[in-house]
Design a protein around this ligand. Structure first.
Ligand code: NAP
Length: 440
């Protein structure tokens, strides 16, 4: 019997577990280990709460977790409750699938001012991640600047712009819904250092901005390249740029109080303020033939009360694993950490950095399991999950099983407001207590 430990129970972790079952059949046991007492990683705490159809993929993961050879160990931090080397001793293979939960640093003067918030924290706040539940973003001001022209920037802008009614069917947590209802934000600056042809937003997500109840997107027609140039874009990007052209042509809908103002060729140079954010300094850029941005020296200070930086993510290091500081992910060679024979692998964002869709992680997981099969033609006779369970119990670690998670899930569903699928626990102790509650 092969024993595989997968660290992280987000998409990459689940696709790796699924690939193990498909590849090794009855000859494998897979343990999914997660720092949180709840599974699904980015699906639960990253995907926007108003994108419930995307979150439906968890049903597939639930099917995997329900398979007999798969076991969930939630509330277990690798590197703290159990060391990497201990896992290597217990398992034939250890796959790191911990994603990229930290913000890429902005690295400009003023980035540490109160009111400058990374997207991991802001998204975690509205999605009920208990690391960020206490964030209290300053929403009283009129203007918010968002840095980045990717899909996360779009998520943040949309959530800031939507009405409580538009969010009613979502699973945004109560504390965020309440704070957003009282928000004074009327202008959302979406700042990108390059142009319309270089946005990293996908058409479906960008198109949603055109259908908001109280907000309109604004694009300055002067920022758009000649329409004939769109022909050189790939079809998806062409669609996105067509949407931007549509926003520019439609202009501002004066009946709607909130504007989502696209600022192109605007590179953040500094965040200004005495004790909190008061403005963002943007430098006008020009693009070289390869699309690289260069400063023109021309700057403008845009007053704003909050800055949300949506410029990408980094993996968080785990003691005992090599880390590539420059790329912000685990050092690996096509998913192998430390070469053949080390028994260490990585998958998903922990392997390739924060790019691609949820589905991109599926081939990634399958490819890693192919490597494992090649490296490990026969099981080594290790103990696997039984050994891990014993070690955790001896250390007093309160590991959460998948059945415990089902109880947490039922409790979250039971306390949901009308129309919402769940009200997440944002307090760790409360969540764990719900997991251990006697079945009614
Ligand atoms: P992203 O797609 O990589 O976009 C990051 C943005 O930040 C880019 O516009 C980038 O501009 C900009 N940026 C990076 N460093 C910067 C800096 N120092 N100063 C100014 N701007 C900077 O990252 P993301 O939005 O975090 O998304 C991560 C992944 O999740 C993506 O694959 C995304 O598609 C996916 N995602 C998907 C959905 C969905 O499908 N609904 C939702 C959310 C996220 P440059 O291009 O100039 O570098």
């Amino acid at each position: 019997m092969r024993h595989v430990a997968v660290i992280g129970s987000g998409p990459a972790g689940f696709y790796t577990a699924e690939a193990c079952l498909k590849t090794f059949g009855d000859d494998v046991r897979v343990d999914l280990i997660d720092r949180l007492p709840v599974p699904y990683g980015l699906i639960r705490s990253g995907v926007a709460p108003d994108h419930q159809s995307i979150k439906a993929v968890t049903r597939r993961y639930e099917g995997v977790a329900s398979e007999e050879p798969v076991r969930f160990f939630g509330n277990v931090t690798v590197g703290q409750d159990v060391a990497i080397d201990e896992l290597r001793g217990l398992y034939d293979a250890v796959v790191v699938a911990t994603g990229a939960p930290a913000d890429r640093p902005l690295g400009i003067p003023g980035a540490d001012l109160p009111g400058v918030i990374g997207s991991a924290a802001f998204v975690g706040w509205y999605n009920g991640h208990f690391d960020h539940a206490a964030l209290a973003p300053p929403l009283a001001g009129d203007t918010v600047a968002i840095i980045g022209h990717g899909n996360v920037a779009l998520d943040v802008a949309r959530i800031l712009a939507k009405t409580a009614e538009e969010l009613s069917g979502s699973d945004i947590v109560g504390h965020a819904l309440g704070a957003l209802e009282g928000s004074g934000v009327r202008r959302i600056l979406l700042c990108g250092r390059r142009g319309p042809h270089q946005i990293a937003m996908t058409p479906k997500e960008l198109g949603e901005l055109g259908h908001l109840a109280r907000a309109t997107p604004q694009v300055d027609p002067a920022d758009l390249p000649p329409e004939a140039d769109d022909a050189m874009l790939d079809p998806g990007q062409r669609k996105s740029v067509a949407l931007l052209r549509g926003f520019a042509a439609a202009g501002r809908d004066a009946t709607k109080p909130v504007t989502i103002d696209f600022r192109f060729f605007a590179s953040p140079q500094a965040i200004l303020g005495q004790s909190h954010v008061e403005a963002i300094r943007l430098e006008r850029t020009w693009l070289d033939a390869a699309g690289g941005a260069h400063g023109t020296g021309e700057t403008v200070d845009m007053p704003c009360a909050m800055v949300v930086s949506c410029i990408g993510y980094r993996s968080i290091t785990i003691p005992g694993l090599p880390y590539d500081e420059k790329l912000g992910r685990f050092a690996n060679d096509a998913g192998r950490i430390g070469g053949v024979g080390s028994g260490l692998y990585c998958a998903g964002w922990a392997r390739r950095g924060p790019s691609g869709t949820i589905g991109t992680n599926r081939p990634d997981g399958f490819q890693i399991v192919e490597e494992i099969a090649l490296d490990l033609p026969r099981a080594r006779g290790v103990e696997g999950g039984a050994g891990l369970a014993r070690l955790l119990a001896a250390r007093g670690v309160d590991a959460i099983s998948f059945d415990d998670w089902r109880r947490i899930e039922a409790a979250e569903q039971g306390r949901a407001r009308d129309g919402s699928p769940r009200e997440k626990f944002v307090d760790l102790a409360e969540m764990i207590a719900a997991g251990h509650a006697p079945v009614a």
